[in-house]
Design a protein around this ligand. Sequence first.
Ligand code: ZN
Length: 525
Amino acid sequence: MLPSTTIRVYNTLSKTKEPFTPLSPGKVGIYLCGPTVYKESHIGHAVGPVIFDTIVRYLKYSGYEVKWVVNITDVDDKLIAQSRERGVPMAQIAEEMTIDYLNNLAGLGVDQITDLPKATEHMRAIIAFIEALIVKGCAYASGGDVFFDVAQDPTYGKLSNRSADDQQGEGGGAASKKRNPGDFALWKSAKPGEPSWDSPWGLGRPGWHIECSAMCKALLGETFDIHGGGLDLLFPHHENEIAQSECCHGKPMVKYWMHNGLMRKAEAGKVGGRGDRESSEAGDAAAATKIARSHGAGGLADLIAQYGGERLRFLLLRTHYRSTSVFGDEALAEAGTALEAFYRFFERFHKNSHQRFCNLIPAPLRTEPTPSDEPLLQEMQTLRQSFLDKMDDDFNTGGAIADLFEMVRTLNKYADEHQLDRFAEPTVPAADAHQDQQMRHWVAAAHILRELSNVLGLFTSQPVKRGGGDALQPKLIELLIQLRKEAREKKDYATGDSIRQRLGELGVTLEDKKGTTEWRIGSGS
Ligand SMILES: [Zn+2]
């Protein structure tokens, strides 16, 4: 069976929705710009992976074979700065933060990534790429650095409609080495004590943009299907990637460029790119930290520990990926309430059918449904088609989730009308053939919900109960911190230490800072 040809994708390059036709029939290559691993992930880092994990799931469900690459930037100015600040080798910070990132992805149910290449593991390919650009006359070496010569690229700016002059300065005296201010660094010479690699231009390290172009080529070829990232990466990062790759190969780099919208915190201001790299705005990082802290936590790992990865995934998928999403208490509470409607149905389903919803085997592929005379199944098939239409239309996950809600409503209504709850009774009278059939229809209809929610990466395991309610937990911790403070003021250090230790045993770490105490869930470091 040939994969579905009904999918349409919004292409940033053409600024239109285009029918999705991959370069090789049945096969799709996707590259998503991943994180610079210099700090713990925040909620902004969750957006791209969750969206593309869902897109990959949908493409596979539609019959495509998908290779999805997410790169790890493990050499960068920010990493070098962190390394200096903490007095820890850059490679160690990169390793720690990569582990943090991967744990978070696992927590969010992101499990479709095929390759996670690291820049430092592709140094030879990066250097070879830069050499090829110099040979083609698109780049020049200057005082130990190498720059891309933007003047040689007449199509520069075609993705973002911006000009090279908007390029931020490289700093560090690089400007004086450039032919034009808009030229950007492909290779940066090392200052004493900085991590460096040997190259034809001396010791140094690659620029960020060239890392992506080189890893795209190494893993997906000179032209591939989809390149994704946050809107904040559109310029200059993606514009520069295109310039490098197309000047080097003389052919289009990517067929479909997909950009996700930005995330905002509930009150005001941007949380940080919905892309996987903040575009160097210190303010954004601070805002993200502030948000996380206001939930009594330090980052994405803490949010996952506190609210569960499913709730965050659900929250992100309820907004169309190209829209701005809002993150804050209200959005979290709303997502929690919405999920409860599903979880209540799963409980009911378990009690009545004696099967766990998450244990139902979802249909792995999008196939034509078998026609049925049963009104319940007909109604569910109509909703299924509506779900598929929305996903086909540029992956409208928010609309698709609305159809899942309708399905739950339909299933509950059927259970009410046919009194299926009596099957939950311990002494249920032997069901007659008619009642048996009703239960079979209900279970068959639930399979459709399972099939489609699985495509979104939702409800794949038993919901985790988070006792006490999310709103109560931080208050209880704050209360214990206050009691500890009072004990210490009375010089009752034994009680103070005991509170700290016992909270630690529960996975809550306290950190005393300038007269206040911060807390986080998970081990402190
Ligand atoms: Zn990139």
